[in-house]
Design a protein around this ligand. Structure first.
Ligand code: SF4
Ligand code: SF4
Length: 167
């Protein structure tokens, strides 16, 4: 199974096997500036090691998906797209850290889809807002319908369902 997933990843990330480890992708990477995250090293590991090795040694969740690296790569590799697919590969391979991260992200995304808000409106939060004089937040029916449509049209909903089936 890992072999097929790796092959699929290769196809989705452009010419990843042509990476010559120049490190141009790291220079302006915001994740590299503030953590041990190094996209050049991860791509190198992908070419030489198993996916399990990457999941064990690298924090693929530090990537902010800003796509800066994709604009810098002289080989037209898209490292950001590679990271997105690597995360999904972690779900398919049932990597425990990936599953834990994904389950949190899915809950977060479901909340946005159902309420239109990124932060759940708990009683505590509502009371706190009242105390400091912030008017109660609400999202209109029209806006909520639009949010749902975005989830459907962008295929995010389908992706969430696929991930949930594996989590
Ligand atoms: S910029 Fe491209 S070729 Fe250079 S290390 Fe990064 S992925 Fe590899
Ligand atoms: S997409 Fe990820 S790896 Fe690429 S520059 Fe942004 S944070 Fe770094």
């Amino acid at each position: 199974m890992e072999r097929a997933i790796k092959e699929d990843l290769r196809k989705r990330a452009g010419n990843i096997e042509t990476c010559y480890q120049c490190g141009m992708c790291v220079g302006d990477c915001p994740a590299a500036r503030f953590s041990n995250f190094n996209i050049r090293r991860i791509v190198g590991r992908f070419l030489l090691c198993s996916l399990g090795d990457i999941f064990e040694r690298e924090n693929i969740w530090d990537c902010l998906l800003c796509f800066e690296c994709a604009m810098k790569c002289p080989r037209s590799i898209n490292p950001a797209l590679f990271i997105i697919n690597l995360r999904y590969a972690g779900v398919l391979l049932q990597d425990i850290n990936t599953l834990l991260k994904m389950s949190k992200i899915i809950k977060f995304a479901e909340n946005i889809m159902e309420t239109g808000l990124s932060v759940p409106l708990t009683d505590n939060l509502i009371n706190l807002q009242r105390e400091v004089g912030i008017p109660p937040r609400s999202v209109s029916e029209d806006a909520l319908r639009d949010v749902k449509r975005i989830f459907e049209k962008s295929e995010a909903l389908e992706y969430m369902k696929k991930v949930s089936r594996n989590v």
